[in-house]
Design a protein around this ligand. Structure first.
Ligand code: 5AD
Ligand code: SF4
Length: 439
């Protein structure tokens, strides 16, 4: 047998892309590829791109430019662009950068083997359609032999919300939920391979409504089905929209022991005027009341969120409303971004906030978020948490894992192993992680 061809995938952006990259590697495994960590070794380079924020396309072009020398040295090297930039600007990329042999949008990854063969034959291969077939069902390759105790599992893709700043409804398309039986089958396979924690993924994961045995199932229904899998110890999901936080899901946070007390629930802004212009269809007050209900069900839940500052027409008073909301919620983690224009989205046409002003707001918001994050992390000291160990730490005899609240925890103790869950008392809070001792 000839040597396996080597595949280098560079992944940008969200966890959905991380998951997709794994599936693409598996699909190309069937074509005789093994993964490599170095572009220099590769026979095929795939950039799995993200289009959500600033200068996505420019970054892709500059990354591609760096492969010029590699391709000159190895004419057989194939270069592909996948992900949301491929979806949005694939044809343009093919025109502008002759190095690119293959372009594939997120809905067409199951066609990757055909596209690869076409590229190998010296043709340009492009697929950015939104086909009817189920890409997940068709994306069956060789599962990776080695895996950690945590895994992502995509249950839903796309979005119908059309927030005025966001490209997702255009690049990932309309919302589609995978049927429950396929998700459960995949979850069982993961658990058989040693996975103990599954994070359900979707751009709008709590809008999940996949076909189940008795009609459509909600995300809570799916979580309760996963709850029955022996050996699966932890369930998480991301990303949720406030308007899809149904009663059964809130209740599950209070009653399902495997559902971790962590919720990523982006609000984006605290001013009702801005929320309206963002087309978010919730208010600051409805969000605050929603979080109150979630905390009533699960008092220790750690909230996480996303924010955009400098959205068109945001005034200082609007921004103050965002700071007020953050003070009220106190996020354990939050991601904040300066608004950046995405061509083709409604907000792109509107009057922009002065960039220096937006920078200043971003810094002020991040200062508050960082303070809360710090306080919440520090408040874990003295508490007992359960830690799922994911890998050895840097020191001998040390293991690193995650608590229920997704804090990284270092534990120095002999006999701990990857995949094990142990009760740990937190003894110190460092810059990016906690230190604990087994109880
Ligand atoms: N500008 C800045 N941030 C954005 N996000 C999405 N689109 C934009 C944009 N045009 C942020 C939102 C979203 C997160 C994934 O990225 O906060 O929740
Ligand atoms: Fe984008 Fe809004 Fe959909 Fe989230 S809910 S993916 S921000 S359009």
């Amino acid at each position: 047998m000839s040597d396996p061809k080597k595949l280098f995938i560079k992944t940008y952006g969200c966890q959905m892309n991380v998951y997709d990259s794994e599936r693409m590697a598996e699909a190309l495994g069937g074509q005789g590829y093994v993964e490599t960590q170095s572009a220099e070794d590769a026979d095929m380079i795939l950039l799995n791109t993200c289009h959500i924020r600033e200068k996505a396309a420019e970054k892709v072009y500059s990354e591609l430019g760096r492969f010029k020398g590699l391709k000159a040295a190895k004419p057989d090297l194939k270069i592909g662009v996948a992900g949301c930039v491929a979806q949005a600007e694939g044809e343009e990329i093919m025109r502008r950068q002759p190095l690119v042999d293959l372009v594939v949008g997120p809905q067409s990854y199951h066609r990757l083997p055909e596209l690869e063969a076409k590229a190998r034959a010296g043709e340009k291969a492009l697929d950015t359609d939104f086909p009817e077939e189920d890409k997940f069902e068709k994306l069956k390759g060789r599962p990776k032999a080695k895996r950690g105790p945590t895994a992502f599992l995509t249950v839903q893709e796309g979005c119908d919300k059309f927030c005025a700043f966001c490209v997702v409804p255009y690049t990932r398309g309309a919302e589609v939920s995978r049927p429950a039986d396929r998700i459960l089958r995949e979850a069982n396979e993961l658990v058989e391979r040693g996975v103990r924690e599954i994070t359900l993924l979707g751009q709008n994961v709590n809008a999940y409504h996949g076909a189940g045995p008795n009609g459509d199932m909600t995300l809570a229904g799916l979580i309760w089905e996963l709850d029955k899998i022996d050996g699966l110890e932890r369930i998480r999901f991301t990303t949720s929209h406030p308007n899809d936080m149904t009663d059964d899901l809130i209740e599950a946070h209070g009653t399902c022991a495997k559902l971790m007390p962590y919720l990523h629930l982006p609000v984006q802004a605290g001013s009702d005027k801005i929320l309206k212009r963002m087309n978010r269809s919730h208010t600051a007050d409805s969000y605050l009341r929603l979080v109150e209900r979630i905390r009533a069900a699960r008092p220790d839940i750690l909230m996480s969120g996303d924010f955009i500052v400098g959205f068109p027409e945001e005034t200082e008073a609007d921004f103050q409303a965002t700071l007020d909301l953050v003070e009220e919620i106190r996020y354990g983690y939050a991601y904040s971004f300066k608004y950046s224009t995405r061509p083709g989205t409604p907000a792109a046409e509107r009057a922009q906030v002065d960039p220096a002003e937006a920078d200043d707001r971003l810094q002020r918001l991040q200062a508050v978020i960082t303070r809360h994050q710090r306080e919440i992390q520090d408040s874990m000291v003295g508490r007992e948490v359960s830690v799922l160990f994911e890998k050895p730490g840097r020191l001998p005899g040390q293991m690193v894992g995650k608590s229920e609240y997704l804090h990284a925890v270092h534990v120095q103790a002999p006999g701990l192993s990857t995949g094990q869950i142990a009760r740990v008392r937190i003894v110190a809070s460092g810059p990016n992680s906690l230190a604990g001792e087994p109880v």
